[in-house]
Design a protein around this ligand. Structure first.
Ligand code: ZN
Ligand code: ZN
Ligand code: FE
Length: 752
């Protein structure tokens, strides 16, 4: 029986090879008609046997291109027009082109095969196709075609051009298509010679790494520094070369089997590791690498190869696991251009490997962690950006400036929010320049006309100042309200609910620093129901680097000078003079802002238990406190819960436990359980009063796997409906979406 149908597919179906895919499927099922890009997806008209049409529709979701995302498929019967072929209609009237820019995609299995079989691409390190290769990192403008990418300077050879133009070829309209005859090439420089011969380059790189040397390698979105992850000397040399902090290095494993040797990997984590987005996944360490790779943390950040070059290198390398850390100096953004690499990375490496295709948009590796069998993106960059987040309301023209420390910004296009790649700490001048430049580029790429700016309440954030200078209608949003709104927007929630923000720092409406907050809120308003007790933070930001200050301040607030006579190990390591300076600063209220931050509470306990008194990298103290948990028990400490939540009793009992030589692991578990109990009890009280049953968790402290896992479970057991972040960072990297959602609602309300 002959039939005709119109099929409407919404989601991310443009710029990912979707129309050629539909074309091929139509041919396979002998269907005639057409496919066309529309504002909200693609529209298809097919004619043919009813059975074939059914099969055609069924295979769309299961065999769609890698980077596509199908939100919805709607089908309608339509009149038969007796088409004699299937064709791709030229798109018209597309005003919203934002879904055309795909994130960068790791090399696909077909290309890996071609790498060994296709004559003109044998071992070609820039092989790619419609289903894989660089995208966002090389795109300069729309519409997405080669002339608007950094591939423009490479003229396709006749073979590549033929493939590019053949709709049945896997490289049809693959903009970065290239081969050994026509595409980009690598260049290796060492102190005494250079080479552009790939075979030679790979041999030398393998030899250098295997003999303990350091190489700077250009990746998809920036330069990386690399060495053998099992060579103690090489790793400490790399630490010395990077000269700044003790932040754990990520490592690249040759394959999943190697990764399984060094880390415990669940099925879900395997999927993350192998996904086309190819993020770094933070995994439970099983076998130790060279000592300073992970700085003795309990997790190892592992990534699998994602560029053809990585695979070619591992073919020759004896080492199956190498350090791959971003090529940057101090807190500057990852280096993307050759001149800078030559200037800053070459002097501290034994060799510099680059290639002659420019990186236009800087993109760091994304970072994920799996908590409670759920993927959690904690740095959203390569592979994710610029995929939009679908909202239920219009946000066109809104610019959300983000926070300051782990900045990302967000722009609104119709009902879609586009988050920027990870920008970093914009207090750093070079990072701020990267921020400004990226905003400019997003405006251009997405044809954004900014008519509304939303920013953090903190007047001194560089992002706030930047947004205020735009001179458009504006709105300031409290930091933790934005955190909760971000999680609400991620889950499409739009109602009054309980918001719990456990976070580092964010300015409150009372000019104090917040971060252990219980709200009743929606997008329009929030009411602060409860919060952690205020504690003076001696030295403000300085205290995040020196958690002992916060530890001392907590004890001093609750127990007075008496605490100095107690036999506490962590105080023994600090000079009496320093202690007296801090106490006098607290007494005289000198640079001691008051804070209700959960992050500071974790800092304090980490310091008091002498796990971490001086922090070598961001959030080291809470991370080490969590990592000290060796086995789970259910005991907890006492805590006073009310409008103001006081941990006085908790700290008193911790000190008793320390005196009784209770293990650090046990103290840490009991402390974590106390925080979990506090959140549950407070949520219960709010529910009893209001009947609200949905609870949204956000803020940097929820990167703590023990905390989030056990909290989610206990809340669910108590019949709460729990929402936490998954696709967006729970840290400040997710805040811009919340700002944007709040602004959109505010604007819709005020213009009604
Ligand atoms: Zn491919
Ligand atoms: Zn070619
Ligand atoms: Fe925050």
């Amino acid at each position: 029986m002959l039939s005709a149908k119109k099929i409407q597919i919404s989601g991310l179906v443009q710029g990912v090879g979707f129309r050629p895919f539909i074309y091929k499927q139509a041919l396979k099922y002998s269907l005639n008609g057409w496919v066309e890009n529309r504002n909200d997806g693609v529209l298809i008209q097919v004619e043919g046997s009813a059975e074939n049409i059914e099969d055609f529709i069924k295979t769309i979701p299961t065999s769609a291109p890698t980077a596509s995302y199908i939100k919805d498929i709607k089908t309608n019967n339509t009149e038969r027009l007796n088409f004699t072929s299937f064709f791709i209609k030229k798109s018209e009237n597309i005003s919203n082109k934002i879904t055309e820019i795909s994130p960068d995609i790791a090399i696909c299995t077909d290309c890996l095969k071609d790498l060994k079989e296709q004559k003109h691409r044998i071992n070609y390190p820039f092989i790619n196709c419609t289903n894989c290769g660089p995208r966002f990192s090389i795109i300069q403008d729309l519409p997405y075609d080669r002339a608007k990418t950094t591939m423009q300077k490479f003229k396709m050879c006749p073979i590549c051009e033929k493939e590019y133009k053949d709709i049945l070829d896997r490289r049809f309209h693959a903009q970065p298509v290239a081969c050994n005859n026509c595409g980009p090439i690598y260049k290796l420089e060492t102190k005494n010679f250079t080479s552009e011969n790939l075979e030679e380059i790979i041999d030398i790189c393998a030899e250098l790494i295997d003999s303990g040397k350091i190489i700077s390698i250009k990746g998809v979105g920036g330069f990386f520094m690399s060495c053998d992850a099992l060579n103690q000397e090489a790793v400490s040399n790399l630490r010395k070369a990077k000269a700044r902090d003790l932040k754990p290095f990520a490592v690249m494993c040759a394959d999943i089997e190697t990764a399984q040797e060094y880390a415990e990997i669940s099925e879900d984590e395997k999927i993350s590791l192998n996904s086309w987005r190819r993020p770094i996944v933070l995994l439970k360490t099983k076998k130790e690498l060279a000592k300073s790779v992970c700085s003795n943390m309990d997790r190892t950040g592992i990534i699998l190869p994602y560029m053809p070059f990585h695979y070619l290198l591992f073919e020759k390398l004896k080492s199956k696991i190498i350090v791959l850390t971003s090529g940057n100096i101090s807190d500057n953004p990852i280096i993307i251009d050759d001149t800078e690499a030559k200037k800053f990375l070459f002097p501290i490496s034994d060799a510099l490997l680059s290639y002659n295709r420019d990186i236009f948009n800087r993109v760091d590796d994304s970072v994920e962690i799996n908590i409670n069998k759920k993927l959690r993106v904690i740095r959203r960059s390569r592979g994710y950006v610029p995929n939009p987040i679908f909202l239920n309301f219009n946000c066109e023209g809104i610019f959300a400036a983000g926070a300051e420390l782990v900045n990302t910004f967000c722009i609104g296009k119709q009902k879609q929010a586009v988050m920027s790649q990870h920008i970093g700490d914009i207090k750093n001048f070079k990072t701020y320049e990267f921020y400004e430049e990226s905003v400019k580029r997003f405006k251009q790429m997405f044809r954004l006309n900014i008519d509304f700016a939303v920013y953090d309440l903190h007047p001194e954030y560089f992002s706030t100042k930047f947004a205020k200078e735009l001179g458009v209608q504006e709105l300031a949003v409290q930091h933790h309200h934005a955190h909760i709104a971000s999680c609400m927007a991620e889950h499409g929630l739009d109602e009054k609910l309980i918001g719990v923000a456990m976070d580092g720092t964010g300015l409150g409406t009372d000019n104090k620093i917040w971060g252990g907050e219980f709200f009743i809120c929606d997008y329009n308003n929030f009411e602060r129901i409860s919060h952690f007790d205020y504690i003076p933070i001696p030295g403000g930001d300085k205290a995040t680097e020196e958690p002992w200050r916060t530890g001392l301040s907590y004890l001093y607030k609750y127990f007075g000078k008496d605490i100095l006579n107690q036999d506490l190990d962590f105080l023994k390591n600090i000079s009496e003079e320093k202690i007296n300076i801090i106490i006098s600063a607290i007494d005289n209220k000198l640079n001691c802002p008051e804070s209700s931050s959960a992050g500071r509470l974790f800092d304090a306990v980490s310091a008091i238990t002498n796990i971490c008194t001086i922090s070598g990298f961001h959030a080291e103290a809470p991370m080490r406190l969590e990592a000290s948990i060796k086995s789970e028990i259910s005991e907890k400490y006492d805590v006073e819960i009310g409008k103001i939540i006081s941990f006085k009793k908790t700290l008193l009992q911790i000190i008793e436990d320390l005196k009784n030589k209770t293990s650090i692991s046990e103290i840490s578990v009991k402390f974590h359980n106390t925080v979990i109990f506090t959140i549950l009890e407070t949520a219960n009280q709010i529910r009893n009063k209001t009947g609200l049953n949905k609870i949204v968790l956000s803020g940097g402290s929820f990167q703590n796997a023990y905390l989030l896992k056990n909290l989610e479970n206990i809340l669910a057991n108590n019949k709460f409906i729990v929402y936490s972040h998954s696709k967006l960072p729970t840290n400040d990297g997710g805040i811009a979406l919340g700002q944007l959602a709040i602004a959109a609602k505010f604007r819709n309300k005020t213009t009604k």
